[in-house]
Design a protein around this ligand. Sequence first.
Ligand code: SAM
Length: 306
Amino acid sequence: MTLCEISPETKEEIRHYPVMHREVLQLLDVSRRKIIVDCTVGGGSHAHNLLESAEDAYLIGIDKDQESLGIASQRLEPFNGRFTLIKDNFSHLDTILEKLNIKGVDIFFFDLGMSTYQLTNPERGFSFSQDGPLDMRMDRNSFLSAYDLVNNLSEVELESIFRKFGEERFARRIAHFLTEARKREPISTTTQLARIILRTVPLKNRNLRIHPATRVFQALRIAVNRELESLSQGITKAVSLLNKRGRIGVISFHSLEDRIVKHTFKDFSSKGNLKIITKKPLSPAREESEENKPSRSGKLRVAEKV
Ligand SMILES: C[S@@+](CC[C@H](N)C(=O)[O-])C[C@H]1O[C@@H](n2cnc3c(N)ncnc32)[C@H](O)[C@@H]1O
């Protein structure tokens, strides 16, 4: 765990729109809360709203991306003295809070996936719409990048990642084409990978609304960052650290994440530890989905500690 160093060089204009921000404030019932943990603070847009709405609250903002924390520290400047930013994986929530001597939390919030900042920076390699290195690491100190997976895993391992984390129906075919292509030269950029996938998926099977590389990129990102593993560890630890009547809210962006949230909440609820507030997950209102297209797939689930 490292406390975030404020990065004065970050002049980046914040362009991340906090998804379902009104619903988050309302369902987390923030106004009289004291300790809030934003487990995915990113550029700090949600954290800003949380601190503004809960006037007496202290916020711990966690993210494994140092650059995002630099942006958050600037965004949250008006609340200096009321927050701490920490570079770490939220799967380590227990040790993070222990070191801060925090024994109970009133609100845990998770806003999963990538921030606009990460997605639109070609250097980070998350998007195939701009050319960049095949990276996809949220934590740039971590060992494995998408380049390592694409160029070193066996055909069978790649197929399994594309199927499991991308639910990609052409997983076998794409894995085969990739392993053939990398014999000629390493696959080192986002657009190079996207072009190979595009050639792989038969024309008649292409969905005109979704680029054929979308699911493979999602799968690689999930694998590189071990996202599903961290998620289930993070939520489980969060529930055990919640104060009585404390609330936990999670916004997920694809069915694999949502399934984990739903089942973890259900398990705790059947043991009598959680009351589920959102019987069905909330989606963004029509105006929000129209204004901010990436928000469309967002699903918010909220539960309360019993
Ligand atoms: C959708 S963005 C959050 C945006 C933020 N809520 C805001 O309003 O600006 C998701 C963030 O979660 C971070 N993240 C994803 N998995 C993480 C993990 N296991 N531990 C810590 N941070 C994580 C990413 O680096 C990214 O910055």
